[in-house]
Ligand binder design. Structure first.
Ligand code: ADP
Length: 265
């Protein structure tokens, strides 16, 4: 079966933070396009993988980038020994075969690329393949999901208003401390006390947001620090390489973050 390797066999661990599962299931039932909105490393990708597993659907993920063209999404003619043959792109595969198509960090793609999704997001549910002269009607199971990090937004790099308005948005943020500690403990395989300590450090780094830090340490980074702890690295060193050095080159900020870690030890 086409897309058979796009099913997720084992349940991906996902700790619900609010009513996001119920909301997503309702949006999926109505095939309303969904935007997962929130900072990097806060669980958006894990959530959609969990939902694809829960709904028993294949998922096609595309990491969007600024050199991506509409053909990269939709498909193109490629030359082979028998002449030119059409190859469906990832979006087209999902549309034809009824998968979830997850466009990760859609804002990275150029605006003229993102407009190809427009006719898929209203009642038409079609994907025009202009180069091939074909109009693909979406399979009943097709569902479009995008992720969007409002923090990176600038006038030059933002979704068109006409694109945004086609989606329902589910908001993701860093969960409250107890829940985040549970996630860090599970993912890094460390005890609850060590996980709680890392979360406190993470929260302190997030308080520096806007004071020179674009974003504080994400849940993903706390998990990295936890994995280093698990491997026997001391807390200060683990935090330095997993939480501090990756996010700032500023000596004062590094000093402030190291002090925040030292205060927690
Ligand atoms: P995003 O897609 O938002 O950038 P990810 O989904 O990749 O972030 O999250 C980073 C990591 O954080 C995941 O691999 C997972 O280990 C962990 N994580 C974050 N939130 C959750 C959650 N609610 N339940 C389970 N794991 C989570």
């Amino acid at each position: 079966m086409i897309l058979s390797d796009h099913y997720i066999a084992d349940e991906p661990y996902y700790r619900p933070v609010g009513d996001e599962i119920t909301l997503f299931e309702a949006a999926y039932a109505m095939r309303l396009p969904v935007m997962l909105k929130g900072p990097t490393g806060c669980g958006k990708t894990r959530f959609i993988e969990h939902m694809a597993w829960k709904l028993n659907k294949p998922i096609v993920t595309v990491a969007c980038h600024e050199d991506m063209t509409a053909s990269d999404l939709v498909g193109r003619f490629l030359l082979d020994a028998n002449g030119t043959i059409w190859h469906d792109g990832p979006l087209c595969l999902a549309v034809r075969h009824g998968a979830i198509c997850y466009l990760d960090e859609i804002v990275e793609a150029r605006q003229d690329t993102t407009v190809v999704i427009h006719p898929l997001t209203d009642e038409r549910r079609i994907l025009p393949l202009e180069k091939k002269g074909e109009l693909v009607r979406a399979h009943a199971g097709f569902h479009l999901v995008i992720s969007y990090n409002p923090g990176y937004q600038s006038i030059l790099k933002d979704l068109k208003e006409s694109t945004k308005q086609r989606f329902c948005a589910i908001e993701f943020g860093y969960p409250e401390a107890e829940v985040e500690a549970e996630i860090v403990a599970h993912e890094a395989g460390i005890g609850p006390d060590a996980a709680a300590l890392l979360v406190t450090i993470g929260e302190r780094s997030r308080n520096l947001r806007g004071h020179g830090l674009a974003e504080g340490a994400s849940t993903r980074m706390l998990i990295h620090a936890g994995q280093l702890l698990k491997h026997g690295i001391q807390l200060e060193a683990a935090c330095r390489i997993a939480l501090i050095l990756p996010i700032t080159d500023d000596t004062d900020l590094r000093g402030a973050l190291c002090a925040a870690v030292a205060a927690c030890v």
